[in-house]
Design a protein around this ligand. Sequence first.
Ligand code: ASP
Length: 327
Amino acid sequence: MKNREDQDKIIIINTGGTIAMETDEETDSVRPGQKQPLHTIEPTLAQYTRFEMVDLFNIPSPHMTLERMYTLGRTIMEYASQANVSGFVITHGTDTLEETAYFLDLTLQTDKPVVVTGAMRSSNELGADGPVNLVQSVRVASDAASRRRGVLVVFNDEIHAARFVTKTHTSNIATFQSPQHGPVGMLTKKNVAYNQPPSRSQRYTISRVKRNVPLIKMVTGMEEAWLAFLLEQKIDGLVVEAFGAGNVPPAALPVLRELTARGVPIVIVSRCYNGYVQDLYGYEGGGKQLKKMGCLFCNGLIGQKARIKLIVALEAGIPAHLLQAEF
Ligand code: ASP
């Protein structure tokens, strides 16, 4: 029998967000308080599992950066090498949670469950969802069926794949949805129930995250001058949120053409959050023209995820002529 020190445990890593904040009635604002409220949930969590809670950052998630994501990934991998660590829960602000979750999904070299969660209501708000999301996440991270599924997002009793999940509502506690694929599982009162077999994204080995990859959105009446800044700086890649199946206004073409001529990879995604982009339309700015120019078409990722993937793929040293296969 294992002694207590050797027994399996979950590592909970706090990074901040509303789950770690409180509402201040005087200023009518939500912000970090004097105490980290997540520590008050520890006695409840102890009823479910052995765990260790680590305070890595205490930032609102709009302050998240790729460097911080990388530090988080390194921290997870240091713990993952310990045999008695069986899984991870990361608490995170919801605004950019899906980007960090997908970054980890692409870069962590472990089959141990990694679950990302947060809260829409601060710790002292009526119906605060942080404690229940944390307990449910610990239940998922402790379940052997959660292994080899890549990074998961647990929220409001649902389990989502990091690759597909997105924040869909500014305040509703059911904000996290996977519009195209639905949740991969759910939490019942008694167990963790998956409705899809394990599958995970390809993993990349990276040792830094320095690539400069902007994301731009196409709109009607776009003017060429709006995009000029893209030619004035060194960019390593570009993600374009195009219309529908992958089309842009003609005014965007000169800058995109110049960037491809300079060898900058351009990934086309859709403003629609369902469906695939394809080289379908033959008119000026249509997908056929973009494909001919050398733009890459991305299947099934929304803009902010495609950006993370392009950065990671570039850092992993995938050469330009093989990038399309990654998307
Ligand atoms: N603005 C907050 C953040 O992302 C929202 C939240 O955590 O729910 O940090």
